[in-house]
Design a protein around this ligand. Structure first.
Ligand code: MN
Length: 238
């Protein structure tokens, strides 16, 4: 049987070089998928790309252009990549319309939210009312630095098989509001939204942490997350 083809979006730097951490590819291969790295600049053909792939990983990266959710750039906004934003928004919309699985990781969760009309907190440390945890951890990517409370009866709970997990954390932005059909499926103790999922699609899940980095070290919830995602992509082939 053919493997499900998993599109993986990439980062592009100011020199217009594509870059992607290899552990996304490794995690997909390990779970039985065929990874296909997607280049910047094909948004006009997003429908055809969505047809080619059985599921997509919207990967981590820099900040999102705030004008896309009708805000001015905050002083602490980091580097943005308009070409990447437009491609990923187009792909997210096509995949949602086709009801094909989406796994949004870190920035990927955020771009999924923006594609559906939601907004982003541009800098959580200066823009949140609560005292904020250390979400830019000072430890290696394999270290699980903070807890996430997992919502009962969510896709995430079915994967985690518990309502409290530990995750790594490398973000200074977060989802501000969650538009339909998304719902919150995980939060940190400071109220920062750490996971969302769709109530209207077979498998659309976004996580604010980096399971691809934890999977590299055999962390069980991360391995199961990729297993479930690739299994759903296999189902969507038929
Ligand atoms: Mn975090």
């Amino acid at each position: 049987m053919k493997k499900p083809v998993i599109g993986i979006t990439t980062d592009v730097d100011s020199d217009r070089k594509h870059q992607l951490n290899t552990n996304y590819v490794t995690a997909v291969k390990r779970a039985g998928g065929l990874p296909l790295i997607l280049p910047i600049g094909v948004e006009e053909d997003a429908k055809q790309v969505a047809h080619l792939i059985d599921g997509i990983i919207l990967t981590g990266g820099g900040d999102i252009d705030p004008t896309l959710f009708d805000e001015e750039p905050h002083a602490l906004l980091g580097e943005v990549s308009p070409t990447r934003d437009s491609l990923e928004i187009a792909l997210a919309k096509e995949m949602l319309q086709a009801n094909k699985p989406i796994l949004g990781i870190c920035r990927g969760l955020q771009i999924l939210n923006v594609a559906l009309g939601g907004a982003i907190i541009q800098d959580i440390h200066s823009q949140s009312a609560n005292t904020i945890l250390q979400h830019s951890q000072k430890a290696t990517r394999s270290h699980q630095s903070h807890f996430v409370q997992v919502k009962k009866e969510s896709i995430l709970e079915s994967i985690a098989e518990t309502t409290k997990i530990k995750v790594n954390s490398f973000h200074h932005q977060a989802v501000k509001d969650v538009p339909k059909p998304l719902k919150i499926s995980g939060t940190a103790s400071d109220g920062i939204i750490e996971a969302v999922e769709s109530t209207d699609h077979d498998f659309v899940l976004g996580v604010q942490w980096h399971p691809e980095a934890l999977a590299e070290y055999g962390e069980v919830v991360s391995l199961r997350l990729f297993d479930k995602f690739v299994e759903k992509c296999k189902e969507s082939r038929s």
